[in-house]
Design a protein. Sequence first.
Length: 384
Amino acid sequence: MAIYKLFPEKDATLYSAYPNQNTGLDEILEASTTFIPNNPQVSRFLIQFSTDEIQNLINNTISGSVTDITGSLLTESKDYKSHLKCFIAEIEGINTDTTLEVFPLAQSWNMGTGKYHDSPKTENGCGWTYRFSSGSGPWETESFADITTGSFLDDNKGGGVWYVSYGTASFTQSQVLNYSSNKDLNVEVTDATTLFYNENITNNGFIVKQSSNSEFQADENKVAEIKYFSIDTHTIYPPELEMQWRDYDFNTGSSTNTIIDTTQMVASLGDNPGTFNRGSVEKFRINCRPQFPQRVFQTASLYSINHYLPTSSYYAIKDLDTNEFVIDFDTNYTQISADNESSYFTLYMNGLEPERYYQVLIKTILGGETLILNDNYYFKVING
């Protein structure tokens, strides 16, 4: 499979209304605007992924496995994409378009151990005013470097510092939320991830905030409360950095098996044990044959001859309980490969929540007809 999910090593929300408060262990991340007469407030959240994990993935998994559109191996390629994904917990006030912006953070910070409802407030990590703890390491609020900036009210300085560009890379990545749109955050951050990988800029993670024309609004009709699940959530929806690359390779070698040419087919997962350890890498092989093979004179059973799926074949993974796509069909990143044995795809189990059941779906395009193969292809990921 050419999709790999990294999970945060830390996250926290900064609240302008509580400048010294830390929320490093809260289950919620918040990028909201709050209306208080003559004193509007905002929240922004920070999220960071391990540099070592990013570099290890690119150096040891992506490099040497990327192919071009024809399936030719690009051994030195770093041609990948990365997306920051956060999953909505609660949202209110979206009566106009609301833009969320994502920038790489320009200063380091401590996560801390606070929660929003702590009383008294916990102040042992980052907050609106300080990066490390209350009274320690204030966020830069003056003399920003050419490629960094921040925003705040003059009587309540802080709220983080972020990069706006680096060389030819622009970091104005955003997503517009409105009444009918998907509220989950899904923003491409490939440029920033590459700079983290190359250590051109220090990986301090990302800051997520509403756009400047939405923050500190004095109009109660233009405020929005947007909350996402954090890494400390008790749900199956923690934030993730999804890395995608193309590992498609259709090379059947000396095999005499042919590509199936009928829509009346039977397909199954070969050697599916039904359970896999989280963190394992599994190759799913697909056995395929015509449902009604043509009669020919031969000694071997026609039902034992395997066929390849057409090259326009893709897979997806669904959570059986929620019926949501964990990995959706994608013509670039979930295309099914083939070798001298069978059609196959590779799946990294680290991106799937353990102790849950999943379903494999296969989409294939044959003779102008699109088929979705969905014949009880189930498996479970376990802690092991």
